[in-house]
Design a protein around this ligand. Sequence first.
Ligand SMILES: NC(=O)c1ccc[n+]([C@@H]2O[C@H](COP(=O)([O-])OP(=O)(O)OC[C@H]3O[C@@H](n4cnc5c(N)ncnc54)[C@H](O)[C@@H]3O)[C@@H](O)[C@H]2O)c1
Length: 337
Amino acid sequence: MPDLDGLRAVVTGGAGFIGSEVTRQLHDINANVTVFDNFSSGKAEYLRNCRDRLTILKGDVCDKEAVSKVLKDQEAVIHLAALPFIPDCYYHPEEFFKVNTEGSVIMLQESIRSETVKKFLHISSSEVYGTARQVPMNEEHPTFPHSTYAVSKLAADRAVFTMHKEHNFPAVIIRPFNSYGPNITQPYIVPEILLQLSMQNENVILGNVESSRDFTYITDTARGIILALTQKNAIGETINIGSGREVKIKDLVFLMAGLLGKHVTIENDNTRLRPYDVERLICDNTKAQKILGWQPKIPLEEGLKLTYEWMNKNEVSFRVPFKGWRTYYNYRRTNSV
Ligand SMILES: NC(=O)c1ccc[n+]([C@@H]2O[C@H](COP(=O)([O-])OP(=O)(O)OC[C@H]3O[C@@H](n4cnc5c(N)ncnc54)[C@H](O)[C@@H]3O)[C@@H](O)[C@H]2O)c1
């Protein structure tokens, strides 16, 4: 890991799934981290292992005054705060643009205006590419976002890139593919399947199981993000972070069932199909290897075991900010009480 001893860094969304792991890793290499989060999905308990050199501030990335205060005397910003759960954006596109696009512009604008911030990492998403037109997908892959979430992230990417050029301000755009692991905040597909399996179900009820994704364990994703803080030749670049392994959702179910020693069948629930879903995402991580010296370390089978172990020791609950979508898990919970 790079030497970031004493670096003063703000992590927006630092109480979230990826943010809490980025914060933990930064803390372990002696950076002074300020987490800025409105806790709409993030949880303070995910930061409990970082005792010293950590400040937690509750606030909103759309609140310009609060942002400018948080950035005082800071040296680096890792901007992760967002509304990330795609099924919600179908019902709430306006809120997604507000937080994901406007919030990102405010974070970068105030970083540029600050006297001290010298590096801005914008965390984008592989979703901006839309479904694969060629595989694996490198950073030159055309961007045809399928959801308003993805459009809101792409709009932020473009604003970050333009402001970086206009102001000669050091910024990097990181595009993670699907991440999974402990500190669950959203009913993403891995926790969703594990939760259904752990409820002793023989049937796993899902929407589109023919689609495929590229899954990266959370410690690998966070390490890639942190490496981008120190590599000078990353400035102005867009860099994918993903394992490069394609897995169909139905194969993911059988892989997890095997790990848990279960025999399952998959039941298709058409009400869970996403309109205009992305069928295929597979990362070409050559650029991350070259510029960041990054490679994934945790294979999917090991990462899934670690995730399941974490789930067995921790309560999984979602602070769902919207009511537009209910997971099977939430549905079952709501209907069993
Ligand atoms: N998890 C993935 O697979 C994945 C893949 C690609 C990109 N990303 C991106 O990574 C980032 C983190 O996603 P995540 O999966 O950790 O989700 P998450 O929901 O756990 O994290 C988002 C964090 O931002 C906070 N937040 C939301 N709105 C805010 C606001 N207005 N002001 C301040 N804080 C706010 C939430 O409380 C939460 O802690 C997002 O930008 C997301 O688009 C995630």
